[in-house]
Design a binder for this molecule. Structure first.
Ligand SMILES: C[S@@+](CC[C@H](N)C(=O)[O-])C[C@H]1O[C@@H](n2cnc3c(N)ncnc32)[C@H](O)[C@@H]1O
Length: 385
């Protein structure tokens, strides 16, 4: 792995010091979700809150909108379809560098279908500043529609709510099965000040949540099996569901339906860390300068949606969504052969099963009358929950 620069070393030491303080205050250990929350979002210090590059070639990982505008073009196409029916606005959570927002606004402007507003809720002050710089370069007709929010909108909107790779960035809990017991995994501090994994009996609610998962599987989780469970999914979905009067919520992320997520062979969970384009599974190093993510249990998302009064309208691989939303047209319409060849190469990365096409999923949740969505029209390519 690439060694930390002196600045990264210094920053990571400051983040670790803060977390050690929180662990001491908590009596010697904290649950994993608390650790992840601090490592990613401690104000001014966490990975997303501080000023590191994060996304893109010069950062730690690449997302679909950063890889290619084809992705955002297809999302724009899906938004146009919904907005034609519902009118209203687009609301994006966790807009990263703002690249998808810019591309969506430009595409919708070309089609004469601009949303009333393009609302953004971003928890990272650093990324919000970057979004403001990027979207500040748009023509004023587009710029004036963009509004940054500090919390969820109080008045429900009609239109589309978007989140690409936000669910995987919500702090998650971790557990391990030890014979008949469920143990929660947490973090404590070793004698040399480093972070060490800590096992503790799960509280009643958490143990029940793990048993609830097990009851839906074909066989119980084997001894020593460890995985993740994100209890923040349900309140997050309920929160955005309450913001929608009529329209669609489009979620894109890497993840699986529950039976695959907790497959016996996936015995070490799905947690991944990203540092300078190297993926590894140790969240206790490079604290505050690496991303920490976990795959999404899309069955949990669907259950949360159901509880929040939303209809699960579609669940597909990213590849199926992009093809349904008209990606081939964006390639064919390229102005010249060089652009066409570049787009075709980007399309392969977005579509191929070994790249982003299969592990990334698209889910559509709708409220109120909304016609079938073209991104989810290819029935045979839908994934079962
Ligand atoms: C992996 S990045 C994805 C960024 C962007 N959507 C993209 O695809 O390039 C995760 C984003 O979600 C934001 N985020 C994390 N938790 C959030 C929350 N609860 N509400 C809104 N944004 C959140 C992060 O600050 C960051 O912008």
């Amino acid at each position: 792995m690439t060694p930390l620069s002196p600045e990264e070393e210094q920053h990571s030491r400051a983040v670790a010091e803060t977390i050690r303080g929180r662990i001491a205050e908590a009596g010697g250990w904290i649950p994993f979700d608390r650790f992840m929350d601090l490592a990613l979002y401690a104000p001014g210090l966490g990975y997303y809150s501080a000023g590191g590059v994060k996304l893109g070639a010069g950062g730690d990982f690449i997302t679909a909108p950063e890889l290619s505008d084809l992705f955002s073009g297809c999302v724009a196409q899906q938004c146009a379809e919904v907005l034609a029916e519902t009118g209203g606005s687009i609301f994006e959570l966790g807009a990263g560098t703002g690249r998808m927002a810019a591309m969506i606004l430009q595409t919708l402007a070309e089609q004469g279908r601009l949303p009333e507003h393009y609302l953004i809720l971003e928890v990272s002050a650093d990324l919000r500043a970057r979004q403001q710089r990027r979207l500040g370069c748009l023509p004023s007709e587009l710029q004036k529609r963009v509004v940054w929010l500090d919390c969820l909108p109080e008045i429900p909107l009609s239109g589309v709510i978007l989140a690409n790779e936000v669910l995987d960035a919500l702090p998650c809990e971790r557990f391990i099965r030890r014979d008949a017991d469920v143990l929660a995994l947490g973090v404590r501090v070793g004698a040399d000040g480093s972070f060490i994994e800590h096992e503790a009996p799960a509280d009643r609610a958490f143990a029940a949540a793990v048993r609830n998962i097990e009851s839906s599987l074909r066989e119980p989780l084997p001894n020593g099996y460890r995985s993740e469970l994100c209890t923040r999914v349900a309140p997050w979905i309920a929160g955005i569901a309450a913001c929608l009067e009529r329209g669609a919520i489009l979620l894109f992320d890497y993840g699986l339906p529950r039976s695959d997520y907790y497959h016996p062979q996936r015995s070490n969970g799905t947690l991944r860390c990203h540092f300078k384009h190297t993926a590894h599974d140790d969240p206790l190093i490079n604290v505050g300068v690496q991303d920490i993510t976990a795959w999404v249990d899309f069955t949990r998302v669907a259950e949360a949606a159901d509880a929040a009064g939303l209809e699960v309208r579609g669940f597909s691989t990213q590849a199926a969504f992009l093809l349904g939303a008209g990606m081939s047209r964006f390639i064919e319409e390229a102005a010249d052969s060089v652009t066409r060849a570049r787009r075709a190469s980007e399309a392969r990365q977005l579509l191929l099963p070994g790249e982003m096409g299969e592990v990334f999923k698209a889910m559509a949740l709708v409220k109120g009358p909304v016609s079938p969505l073209s991104g989810f029209a290819v029935r045979d390519l839908r994934v079962s929950l």
